[in-house]
Design a protein around this ligand. Structure first.
Ligand SMILES: NC(=O)c1ccc[n+]([C@@H]2O[C@H](COP(=O)([O-])OP(=O)(O)OC[C@H]3O[C@@H](n4cnc5c(N)ncnc54)[C@H](OP(=O)(O)O)[C@@H]3O)[C@@H](O)[C@H]2O)c1
Length: 312
């Protein structure tokens, strides 16, 4: 079969031939229809992730959508780049049957692949971890990314009364508005200046911040929270550390919560995937993505302007 092959950590994969995978006893063979290139794929392929350097060559791709032998479409995860074994960026993948999730028959496979675990992270960070309540106001940082775009829409679907989106780029802010943000902010300035802009964009106090960025944006967002408000951090695109001030934290009895998809049970992950894929199939949830052919995987590998979805 044809597959994206990563021969050397730090370099993009190239298309090559790979033997058809032989499923183990608990696995099934899936014909891949769509697989996204995610930040986790890029991180693992650098060889510097906390999973250690992967054995090369390997087929990257930590998730995908494909068709089982009985014709049913499923979403599936893989551990490519984190553990030995091949991933989703190939014509076929051997995947653990118990980890697969059937997707609605009318779902767009490329869209479900683009959303995947990014939408699960947005959904579970908002609801399970962040405790979003109907009527609350949410501030979504990095709202132009896949997590951010999904979070804006999923917060509204969960009953948020208002969502503010913040993104550093004009394109990101435009995507946040498309997703349904009532107002958008850029991310320039120090925490005090940025917090003032967030407060201006907000109608009253913010109840919940969804934060894939950390750094200055997180420090500023904390200053906009109502007493007892929550910030859920799930990434560090703007900084591994943040200039938090004690007075803000303690005066508001604020809660800073960490989130990772890795702490979900398989049931939680499947339920969230079913819900988000269902919203996507019904036209309630979408993100910006671009389809690319398998032979273009090398060129698409590091593109950051949109989520790349490989369609083998
Ligand atoms: N904890 C988990 O389980 C989990 C799950 C999924 C994702 N994540 C993490 O969440 C983050 C977002 O994921 P994603 O899928 O949404 O990625 P993505 O689609 O690539 O989006 C990343 C966004 O981050 C913004 N960004 C990058 N560097 C920035 C900086 N220095 N300052 C401000 N904004 C910056 C970009 O904004 P512009 O578009 O405006 O340039 C972009 O929209 C990643 O760090 C990812 O690893 C965590």
């Amino acid at each position: 079969m044809r597959a994206a092959l990563l021969h050397e950590c730090g370099s993009p994969p190239a298309v090559g031939e790979r033997p058809l995978p032989t499923p183990a006893d608990d696995e099934i063979l899936v014909r891949v229809t769509a697989a996204s290139i995610t930040p986790l794929d890029l991180l693992c392929a650098t060889g510097t992730s906390y999973f250690g350097a992967p054995v090369t060559p390997y087929v990257p791709g930590v998730q995908g959508v494909g068709v089982r032998e009985d014709g049913v479409a499923v979403w599936f995860p893989t551990t490519a780049g984190m553990r030995p074994g091949d991933g989703s960026l190939a014509e076929y993948a051997a995947v653990r049957a118990a980890d697969t999730v059937e997707v609605p028959p009318d779902a767009d496979h490329a869209l479900v692949a683009a959303l995947g675990l990014s939408a699960v992270a947005a959904h579970m960070a908002l609801t399970w971890r962040g405790g979003l309540q109907p009527g609350e106001q949410a501030l979504v940082l990095g709202a132009g990314g896949v997590v951010g775009q999904a979070a804006v829409q999923l917060a509204l679907l969960a009953g948020a009364r208002r969502v503010i989106g913040a993104a550093r780029s004009a394109a990101g802010r435009a995507r946040a508005l498309d997703a349904g943000a009532a107002a958008v902010c850029d991310l320039s300035g120090d925490p005090a200046a940025l917090a003032a802009r967030f407060r201006e964009a907000a109608e009253g106090p913010v109840d919940l911040v969804l934060d894939p960025l950390f750094g200055v944006p997180a420090a500023a967002a904390l200053r906009t929270l109502r007493p007892g408000g929550r910030l859920v951090n799930l990434g560090s695109s703007a900084g591994e550390t943040a200039p938090l001030d004690s007075a803000t934290l303690r005066s508001g009895s604020l809660q800073i919560l960490g989130y990772t998809n890795n702490s979900l049970t398989a049931e939680q992950r499947s339920a969230s995937l079913r819900l988000t894929a269902g919203h996507a199939a019904a036209g309630r949830l979408t993100v910006a993505y671009e389809k690319v052919a398998l032979h273009d995987v090398g060129g698409a590998w590091s593109r950051r302007d949109s989520r790349m979805v490989v369609t083998p």
